[in-house]
Write a protein that binds this ligand. Structure first.
Ligand code: PLP
Length: 387
């Protein structure tokens, strides 16, 4: 059987895969079984921050694997402690809980918010408002947090205690809070799976003021937007927000599983011994990888992400067949006249791997994609959209 046949026979049928079998890669170029090369404009859905098989990242990973690959959380390890220090120093957050994925990072954020609210506002205060169109993960609780009803339908009953509210409308929060006291509001600064939709800056500011005024926590899901993706270390920094907690994963370890929940001043002490845990969370290899990634997301790199972003917007804004371009940094959505799926399929034939997000073609290239490859890929998109 071919790999494709084996996969179809034995792997659970949850992913509609593109007809490409990737065997290797270097930087922003991936290679399939026939030796065909593709420009990678998805970086594993915002994961391989510095591309495939990056040399520096590999060295950090191999060095740690040679020392010890896992210890359990019953012991101290240097990569875990140093990564927590680096994250806190660069964000002003106070403590970090490590897990393995975005959904788990959100689960921890939700548990911390619930415990804080129970202790500070009473046992009836546990409801978390999330935004319509949001995506927060696939576990039963993070599905409940996800503000898209079609994800909920087959998996009832979901975890109670979530409501979804429309972005842009502060009055709706007043009403919701009056009906059921809110513990927290949880947002993505740019909805990724929801269609690359940035939060309106005026609404973000108003939301921040509203949560402060009403003693409601502000939780920011930076699973997709974080780790340099949007031209700041975390996208909330572009909005001038001061969240009580931030979750991240995806690009943090550049291609190894790692989730992180950063807790600010109000939440730093809320989780105590035995309140939460994870066998693999804070794994030394993943943390060593993340330390390498984080050390390279400096001001120069972020300025370069913003420059590349401007270049892509200039190339696509108003191009024939392109209706709208949205996003921030190297998280960009392009609505074309033709269906996104059709465009992505054509671009694969032309040697470029894009993603979709709702009705848009989604661009999430490596943060260090060379200009030459970026321009080549965007030109393929332009040509395909114009046909
Ligand atoms: N939150 C956001 C904003 C995401 O985009 C995703 C995944 O796409 C998740 C959470 C879930 O992350 P994971 O798939 O690592 O559990």
């Amino acid at each position: 059987m071919s790999i494709r046949e084996l996969d179809q026979k034995y792997v659970a049928n949850t992913y509609r895969r593109f007809p490409v079998e990737i065997v290797s890669g270097k930087g922003s170029v991936l290679c399939d079984t026939d030796g065909r090369e593709y420009i990678d404009m998805g970086s594993g859905i915002a994961v391989t921050s510095f591309g495939a098989a990056d040399d520096e990242w590999q060295r950090a990973v191999i060095e740690q694997i040679g020392k010890v690959q896992h210890t359990s959380n019953l012991y101290y390890t240097e990569p875990c402690a140093k990564l927590a220090e680096a994250l806190c120093t660069r964000t002003g957050m106070k403590k970090v809980f490590f897990s393995n994925s975005g959904a788990e990072a959100n689960e921890c954020m939700i548990k911390a918010a619930r415990k804080w609210a129970a202790e500070n506002k009473g046992p009836d205060c546990f409801t978390i408002a999330t935004l319509t169109g949001s995506f927060h993960g696939r576990t039963i609780t993070t599905l409940a947090a996800t503000g898209q009803a079609h994800y909920h339908e087959l998996f009832q009953p979901l975890t109670p205690g979530f409501i979804s509210v429309d972005a842009g409308n502060i009055a709706v929060l007043d009403k919701a809070d009056a009906e059921t006291p809110l513990a927290a509001v949880m947002i993505e600064c740019i909805q990724g799976e929801g269609g690359v939709i940035p939060l309106d800056p005026d609404y973000a500011k108003a939301l921040s003021a509203w949560t402060a005024e009403h003693n409601v926590l502000l939780l920011v899901d930076e699973v997709q937007t974080g780790n340099g993706r949007c031209g700041a270390l975390y996208a909330y920094m572009n909005y001038g927000l001061c969240p009580d907690a931030v979750s991240t994963a995806k690009g943090l370890a550049g291609g190894l599983p790692l989730g992180a929940t950063m807790l600010g001043e109000r939440l730093e002490s809320v989780l105590g011994y035995g309140d939460h845990g994870s066998t693999f969370g804070g794994n030394p290899v993943s943390c060593a990888a993340a330390l390498n990634i984080l050390s390279r997301i400096d001001e120069d790199l972020l300025a370069d992400v913003r420059r590349k972003s401007r270049m892509v917007f200039e190339m696509l804004d108003g191009a024939p067949g392109v209706e709208a371009v949205s996003g921030m940094g190297l998280m960009i959505g392009v609505r074309c006249k033709k269906p996104a799926g059709e465009i992505v399929a054509k671009c694969i034939e032309r040697g470029v791997l894009f993603l979709t997000a709702k009705d848009k073609v989604r661009l999430l290239p490596a943060l260090n994609i060379p200009d030459e490859l970026l321009i080549k890929a965007v030109n393929v998109l332009r040509e395909t959209a114009a046909e």
